[in-house]
Design a protein around this ligand. Structure first.
Ligand SMILES: C[S@@+](CC[C@H](N)C(=O)[O-])C[C@H]1O[C@@H](n2cnc3c(N)ncnc32)[C@H](O)[C@@H]1O
Length: 253
């Protein structure tokens, strides 16, 4: 799907607009020097990374979208631009300065910014009247958070995705891969060089999809099928249908 144009028309007042691009970058960089491990990068994501990260999303189907670690809203803005008028976006961010910035810089009623850790995704979804999410999009630096916290976040993420849902992740290393493969049944890896730092993108599904093996939305059992150390990045289980290019409508997923 070309990401620039399947978006639903949206008046300017609904976009994250406060300040200039360089102002956003300064706010981000200042916070990087305070919390380098929590941010993982000194500048927000590039448009190349955002385009590739959001490419698999079927915007016509996505009703509930969750974003982990929105920062100054570079990805958030693009999600809002593309998502349905009746869809909801819940952005979960631990940094109070970013939360404050995001809340004050958009009037879009589809966006709820929650100051919390992604670890609380189950409770946060419930508080907003949802049991499941269509997509969860993550920018949190999994390689610099503790292994137990990473495990809890990934397990809860998998458990709250709809059967056709997907977890879209970008990282600056492939360290999280083994955890993703242990928890999700399908993991696809891509790479985006045009970003500071160059990024690895992972597209994960709780279960695989095929005509012979309909979705049941099951995450992998805890601890089962641990990835072999040093194994190649690979899909697990039957191969799902290809991610479509072109319009986001009428996904076969
Ligand atoms: C690399 S920055 C991503 C910023 C933005 N998504 C972008 O692409 O420019 C990582 C963000 O994740 C946030 N973060 C880190 N750990 C988190 C957690 N456990 N839950 C929610 N947000 C978290 C950080 O505060 C930071 O804003």
């Amino acid at each position: 799907m070309s990401s620039s144009h399947t978006g639903h028309a949206m008046p300017n007042k609904h976009r994250i607009s406060s300040g200039t691009r360089s102002g956003h970058a300064l706010l981000f960089a200042r916070n990087f020097f305070r919390h380098p491990r929590m941010l993982g990068s000194i500048v927000p994501s590039s448009r190349f990374l955002i385009k590739q990260l959001l490419e698999p999303v079927d915007w016509a189907q996505a009703r509930v979208i969750v974003e982990y670690g929105p920062g100054v809203g570079s990805i958030t803005t693009e999600i809002l631009r593309r998502m349905r008028p009746d869809a909801s976006l819940i952005a979960i961010e631990t940094n109070p300065e970013f939360v404050c910035f995001l809340r004050s810089s958009t009037e879009d009623e589809r966006l709820q910014v929650v100051e919390a850790s992604a670890e609380s995704v189950v409770e946060i979804l419930r508080q907003h009247g949802h049991e499941k999410a269509s997509y969860i999009i993550s920018g949190i630096p999994f390689s610099t958070i503790s292994a137990p916290l990473r495990e809890r976040i990934l397990r809860k993420t998998c458990s709250v995705l709809e059967p056709h849902g997907s977890f879209l992740v970008y990282q600056f290393s492939t360290r999280v891969l083994q955890d993703l493969q242990r928890i999700f049944r399908y993991v696809r890896h891509r790479f985006e060089p045009l970003n500071v730092l160059p990024a690895h993108l992972f597209f994960c599904r709780p279960d695989t999809v095929s005509a012979a093996s309909p979705l049941n939305g099951a995450c992998r059992d805890y601890g089962a099928d641990a990835a072999t150390p040093g194994s190649q990045i690979r899909p697990t289980g039957p191969t799902p249908p290809p991610i479509r290019s072109g319009s986001g409508r009428g996904s076969g997923r």
